[in-house]
Design a protein around this ligand. Structure first.
Ligand SMILES: *Cc1c(COP(=O)(O)O)cnc(C)c1O
Length: 424
């Protein structure tokens, strides 16, 4: 049973059937899934949710697939962690982390969108899926295509982190590194998508793919007992997640799950690739494309497809935006690990660093509830932190060697970033 009426142009409102379509033929606006909310309201209540398994499909009425999902049965319902230690460091009263760094199956937020996209691709009868990716999408499409026996063509910038490359290649897709940045990869993929009958998850079935992001918002609301935070800080690459979180809050309000949906939404990007943040700060409607130069490669999209809508979302919500330098990203990754025991990738570092700056500037008040979205796992971007960590302490396998090490206060030196190599 599906509540999808069809697709609808975000600009002119023209309606289209539920099909492999993504741009309006008349105004070139992007298409979005259109639901029958009246029917959903009759069938989806807080009570119906109670008996359902804890994964993203508990909100299936609000997701655009007609049959049971073909993949990603365990995606979503990641922890919402009350981060008291980090709150103390930042000087705020009520802080939560939405931790998609442990999402299933590939440890990032992208498992949500890919679970929907590949399930939909199967419904459309495709035998091959594809994507243009900054890394996490590549991992998730590779894994989930493998799990349901579809062929996969994965296009990535050739200079991605080793962890992201290996964590795609292991699933044996057709993995192709392009000598260029993401925007060049994406341009090539648009050409390929028009020639081959493949389901490009973030191109020709993007309207369906993007809806998967909403599950993160539903979960946050439910995990806070149907009360939204006052502020939410969200990392942006193409700008889709941030707009869909906002949409999820508005939907829950419309369905009567929430009394109000007045959360202020904040966009976080890396300093060397912050076209959305720049537009928000400059109060501009226009996204000026940039050439990415940041260690936050998962967010390095210089010409974001949903940039305009991301700016619009932030402005309507009354939120703002902030960027993080490479050093600030690394510091924030370490801060999160030290205070909360969570190891995030660069995107998480960007988001925490941006949140910290917004709090320090008084833009996010210290006495109101805040959610920070942690969207990826640190084991995939080891190279950005290894240089700033101490070398491994090595001792001989005997007690005397250990005690000599302790006696010299070596364990303290570690935290001062000194190199320790101690032998007796
Ligand atoms: C893709 C991605 C995002 C956000 O992507 P949008 O394109 O803005 O939806 C955030 N964090 C991580 C780790 C990602 O891989």
């Amino acid at each position: 049973m599906s509540y999808v009426l069809g697709l609808k142009c975000r600009e002119c409102g023209r309606e289209y059937p539920k099909d492999v379509l993504f741009v309006c033929e008349y105004c070139f606006g992007s298409l979005e899934v259109n639901y029958d909310y009246k029917a959903i309201k009759k069938n989806l209540t807080k009570e119906t949710l109670l008996g359902r398994p804890k994964n993203m499909w508990r909100y299936k009425e609000l997701l655009p697939i007609d049959k049971d999902p073909a993949v990603g049965l365990d995606s979503g319902y990641t922890p919402l962690i009350k981060a008291n230690n980090l709150a103390r460091v930042l000087g705020v009263r009520e802080l939560y982390l939405k931790d998609d760094s442990v999402n299933h199956p590939t440890l990032s937020f992208k498992d949500r969108v890919v679970s929907v996209a590949i399930s939909k691709a199967r419904e459309f009868g495709f035998d091959t899926v594809a994507c243009a990716s900054t890394g996490n999408l590549a991992n998730s499409v590779s894994a989930q295509a493998a799990s349901c026996g579809l062929k996969a063509y994965i296009f990535i910038p050739a200079d991605l982190e080793t962890g992201k490359v290996v964590a795609s290649q292991i699933y044996n897709p057709n993995l192709i590194g392009i000598e260029g940045n993401y925007d060049e990869v994406n341009r090539l993929c648009s050409e390929i998508a028009s020639r081959y009958r493949w389901a490009f998850v973030n191109i020709n079935i993007r309207p369906f793919y993007a809806e998967g992001s909403k599950s993160m918002g539903y979960e946050i609301a439910e995990q806070l007992d149907w009360k939204l935070p006052k502020h939410i800080v969200v990392p942006s690459a193409g700008g889709s997640l941030i707009t869909k979180l906002w949409k999820s809050f508005k939907e829950l309000k419309e369905l009567g799950f929430l009394e109000k949906a007045d959360t202020k939404v904040y966009c976080a990007q890396g300093q060397g690739c912050a076209p959305i943040v720049t537009a928000i700060k400059e109060k501009s409607e226009v996204i000026r494309p940039v050439k990415p130069k940041t260690i936050a490669k998962s967010l390095a999209i210089g010409n974001p497809a949903d940039g305009y809508y991301a700016v619009d979302t932030v402005r309507k919500s009354g939120g703002f935006a902030e960027e993080a330098s490479d050093e600030e990203i690394v510091e924030a990754i370490k801060l999160l690990a030290k205070t909360e025991g969570i190891f995030t990738e660069t995107a998480g570092g960007v988001t925490l660093a941006a949140a910290k700056k917004l709090i320090e500037q008084g833009i996010i008040p210290k006495d109101e509830s805040i959610v920070i979205c942690i969207t990826g796992n640190g084991l995939k971007t080891l190279e950005v932190v290894t240089k700033s960590l101490p070398r491994l302490v090595k001792i001989k396998p005997n007690l005397a060697s250990f005690e000599e090490h302790i006696k010299n206060g070596a364990h303290q030196k570690i935290s001062e970033n000194k190199v320790i190599e101690y032998y007796i």
